[in-house]
Design a protein around this ligand. Structure first.
Ligand code: UT7
Length: 322
């Protein structure tokens, strides 16, 4: 049996910080409201000209260093993003060029906030098949570019960033289970209603922004995230009490707390970084993962549950032994 183990993690947040007080100056909101309803204190925003690939490259180099390998040892590059630099080539191909590695398989995955979970699960399937040995899996976003900065319902929620992991073939677990789901029927609750083959003119005029019916998304997220964790545990025979760390998608502290409560996981076993960077979509789980690895909370041999919910709707989980 070929397993996939995490060999190293990395992340990167852009230098520019926008606090809740900064947002009080541009929309009708308060620091109190944002903290009470979301847990967010600040978010990082990419500088003019700084792209998703720039963030992905920095996170990737950190992950390569942590794994103690060079980019030339990578044979699969997957970038999860909803905010690619270009329509094409993919951000994964742009990243590959930056890292100077010609040849490896490289492609993007678009599953919005569940993107990293999708990408990690796909990398594991490639490795398990024996076709690839070592993958660079990245979640990277410049969400700030598709936010209407005059809409208080959305602009207080999102931020930019990137996280990356190196996944490699191993005789021992590794990724134990992953589950991926989607239901396109909920498109109208969370979307950016412009694109290449519909509304391209609006897109190039910069008129396409995130639209969200927040409270409806909230309810679906809480119900679905509890279910996916149960599904994943049931497929492995592990119990809720076997989970050492829950690494949830960082959208809202209230969603995170509600999921932890359902799992009966105490909050001191949940990695929370939403206060520092807001919702960074596909980047949020690898950002949280890397933070808790680097500050020494997550240790080798521990059982981690990652779970995410996002536009599509998409949702999924990865259970792994670190
Ligand atoms: O990442 C993938 C999925 N996304 C999510 O998981 C996000 C899910 N949704 C949420 O996190 C929450 O629904 C929000 C944080 C977006 C909103 O929190 P809420 O508790 O659901 O608030 P609400 O939408 O029900 O709005 C409550 C009130 C409204 O005013 P009225 O109608 O009660 O007078 C809003 O207009 O809060 C108002 N409001 C604000 N007030 C101050 C909405 N945004 C703001 C704001 N500042 N930024």
């Amino acid at each position: 049996m070929i397993y996939s183990r995490i060999a190293g993690t990395g992340s990167y947040l852009p230098e520019k910080v926008v606090t809740n007080s900064d947002l009080e100056k541009i929309v009708d909101t308060t620091d109190q409201w944002i903290q009470d309803r979301t847990g967010i204190k600040k978010r990082h925003i990419a500088a003019d000209g700084e792209t998703t690939c720039d963030l992905a490259e920095k996170a990737s180099r950190n992950a390569l260093e942590a794994a103690g390998i060079t980019a030339s040892e990578i044979d699969l590059v997957i970038v999860a993003t909803t905010t690619p630099d270009l329509i094409f080539p993919s951000t994964a191909c742009l990243l590959q060029q930056r890292l100077g590695i010609a040849g490896p398989t490289a492609f993007d995955i678009q599953a919005v906030c569940t993107g990293f979970v999708y990408a990690l699960s796909i990398a594991e399937k490639f490795i398990k098949s024996g076709s690839h040995k070592r993958a660079l899996v990245v979640g990277a976003e410049t969400l700030s570019r598709i936010i209407d900065w005059s809409d208080r319902n959305t602009c207080v929620l999102f931020g930019d960033g990137a996280g990356a992991v190196i996944v490699e073939a191993s005789d021992e677990p590794g990724i134990i289970a992953s589950h991926l789901h989607a239901d396109g029927a909920y498109e109208s609750l969370l979307r950016v209603p412009v694109g290449v083959s519909s509304g391209f003119e609006q897109m190039i005029r910069g008129e396409g922004y995130v639209e969200m019916k927040g409270s409806e998304v909230f309810k679906m997220a809480v119900t679905t995230l509890g279910r996916i964790v149960d599904e994943t545990l049931a497929s492995t025979g592990l119990q809720k009490s076997d989970i050492d760390w829950l690494i949830p998608h960082q959208a809202n502290i209230r969603i995170i707390k509600a999921t932890a409560k359902k799992l009966r996981t105490p909050m001191d076993r949940v990695v929370v970084t939403v206060h520092d960077h807001g919702n960074t979509s596909a980047a949020s789980i690898p950002l949280a993962f890397d933070t808790a690895v680097r500050d020494g909370r997550i240790k080798r041999g521990e059982i981690l549950m990652m779970e995410a919910f996002g536009g599509g709707f998409t949702w999924g989980s990865v259970l792994l032994k670190y």
